[in-house]
Ligand binder design. Structure first.
Ligand code: GLC
Length: 577
């Protein structure tokens, strides 16, 4: 029996191997830097459904975001990546778009959007929109027309397989209750393809008309003045439409078969030429292919495709029984090395498809939650690459702690629950696993204060609030100079004040230490040292550094280590003289 892996959504984007020769990690010089705003930005990912609800329907909305723009500004972040807010029947919380030029009713109106964007820009905050064009909703007009007749002019907007040919070769669906990505539609006696849920039919990128539609949509938002696009699941957009049979068990490594196929790079170059190059926007793809070469081919500036891609190799290592710090270091170091001379990385360990940062990578017990959150934040803000930081992690929000199937809302979790039930799985065990891994863990309402529903909504929230909101919330943390929230602000400021943390050379120290992560960042004679203890024990890192010449810039304890012996989850950033 195949064991369900809820992290498959991220495994789907796993970088499987490396055939890109690592570049020389030479010391960059300030004058030779190819400086870009998106390289220097800290991106704050905002999940609109759970951020702030102003109209009391239990669902976050754009007016709610507007009401909190000063909070976002106070964080010191430069850009917001907003999960999809387009017209959608919400099978997958907006990742099933039925109208790309409209705002989801639950979230408000286009006037609200315009006001939100204006409010962001007035505060110097840029807006990156999610662009979901590997698939649309089955309720999109294109799909309705496409399925209406085999002769519809929209037929070729999607992938159809006529049933007279027999069953199409098996394709794996990440979200379907049967994992079968072909769905039979009796109306025209044909199957359509959906890599995600059956309400998310895949668009046919081979069709130039479809591509033009997408570019027009991008221009619509570009003309509104947005500052970037995050291309959802885009590495899957191009397919081999001869649909060859794949070997048995291919779904275990399906990114290899689904990722970077066909003329994907051609489409990206076309998109760049028609849209991206015409606006002052950044672009980032979800997924980076199968090799470093794939990743470079997406982002190297001279190829004129995208600015960044994010790979899931590191995010995927956290399992219920923990992860290896050595492995984490090895992955980040390997990626840094491969991108040291060319291209640009995205740095992240959490998002709306992952469980909470502190629960997976830190320690969410009352004793260590705050300190380990701060340590992880220090890590994310001191690596080379653009940090993407998920909302609520600045408070050290934890996993939801749901114990019943009824608590979950996520289409992937619920369909897999049903599937496992059909297979006769021990559902108690499955639920336990979900409480660690389900995507809903990071989607509970943002915790603003200790009033009803954490101050998120006066109505019944669409998903339950984490009961720990009474202690973990913005209001409480604003009052405490040492809170995780205030620490986040400090570490973001540290990054903004030190170009070395953005562009500086990264050098791993004490690489074989299984408990600590130590490295330097260097630029133009400035050398910063970062020491991180990833464990709940005291740990010593032997970096060979002369601490008498080390000046502490920031630490997550009142007294920072001055000798490499670190308290549990201690993080320190020094300037070396
Ligand atoms: C991406 C999104 C995820 C969504 C899926 C299908 O992985 O991040 O939330 O479910 O694509 O659009």
């Amino acid at each position: 029996m195949k064991i369900f892996n809820p992290l498959i959504i991220s495994a789907a984007f796993l970088l499987l191997g490396s055939n890109y020769s690592c570049a020389q990690n030479s010391l960059p010089h300030k004058d030779s830097l190819d400086r870009k705003w998106w390289k220097e930005a800290v991106v704050y990912q905002l999940y609109p459904r759970s951020f702030n609800d102003v109209d009391g329907d239990g669902i976050g909305d754009l007016k709610g975001i507007i009401a909190k723009l000063d909070y976002i500004k106070s964080l010191g972040v430069d850009a917001v990546w907003l999960n999809p807010i387009y017209g959608s029947p919400n099978d997958d919380n907006g990742y099933d778009v039925s109208d790309y030029r409209d705002i989801m009713k639950d979230f408000g109106t286009m006037a609200d959007f315009d006001a939100m964007l204006k409010g962001m820009h007035a505060r110097g905050i840029k807006l990156v929109m999610d662009l979901v064009v590997n698939h649309s909703s089955d309720e999109h007009e294109w799909f309705k027309k496409s399925r209406s007749s085999r002769n519809s002019p929209y037929r070729e907007y999607y992938h159809w397989w006529n049933a007279e040919k027999g069953k199409p070769p098996y394709r794996y669906s990440l979200f379907d209750v049967n994992h079968d990505a072909w769905r039979y539609d009796s109306l025209t006696n044909a199957y359509y393809l959906h890599y995600f849920s059956r309400k998310q039919p895949d668009l046919n990128w081979e069709n130039p008309k479809l591509r033009q539609e997408v570019y027009d949509i991008m221009k619509f938002w570009g003309d509104k003045g947005i500052d970037g696009f995050r291309l959802d699941a885009f590495q899957f957009a191009a397919k081999d439409t001869t649909f060859p049979a794949f070997p048995n068990g291919f779904e275990k490594n399906f990114t290899q078969y689904y990722g970077m196929q066909g003329n994907l790079h051609g489409y990206l170059q076309e998109m760049n030429q028609q849209v991206l190059s015409k606006y002052n926007v950044m672009s980032v793809a979800e997924g980076a292919g199968n090799t470093f070469e794939d990743a470079h081919n997406l982002v190297d500036a001279d190829r004129n495709e995208l600015n960044m891609a994010y790979a899931f190799e590191a995010v995927d290592i956290a399992k219920p029984d923990g992860y290896s710090v050595l492995h984490l270091k090895q992955i980040f170091t390997k990626w840094d090395s491969a991108f040291a001379a060319k291209g640009w990385l995205s740095i992240f360990l959490a998002n709306h498809d992952q469980a909470r940062l502190v629960t997976r990578f830190g320690n969410d017990s009352p004793e260590f939650r705050a300190v380990s959150s701060k340590m992880l934040t220090t890590f994310l803000m001191t690596m080379r690459g653009t940090p993407y930081y998920y909302n609520g992690d600045e408070l050290g929000m934890t996993n939801a702690g749901f114990s019943k199937a009824e608590d979950y809302r996520d289409v992937q979790t619920l369909n897999e629950y049903q599937r496992q039930k059909n297979l006769g799985t021990d559902m108690q065990k499955y639920l336990q696993r979900m409480s660690f891994e389900s995507r809903d863990n990071s989607r509970t309402p943002f915790q603003w204060n200790n009033s009803k529903n954490a101050g998120f909504s006066t109505g019944k929230p669409w998903i339950a609030v984490n009961p720990n909101y009474t202690t973990i919330n913005v209001a409480a943390q604003e009052k405490d100079g040492n809170s995780t929230l205030n620490y986040f602000r400090k570490v973001v400021k540290l990054r903004k004040d030190n170009l070395a943390l953005v562009y500086g050379k990264y050098t791993l120290l004490d690489g074989q230490n299984a408990d600590t992560y130590s490295y330097t960042r260097e630029l133009d004679g400035k050398k910063l040292l970062v020491l991180l203890n990833f464990t709940s024990n005291v740990a010593t890192t032997n970096t060979g550094v002369d601490f008498s010449k080390a000046n502490v810039l920031l630490g997550n304890y009142p007294q920072s280590s001055k000798n490499g012996t670190l308290k549990p989850y201690e993080a320190v950033v020094y300037e070396l003289k």
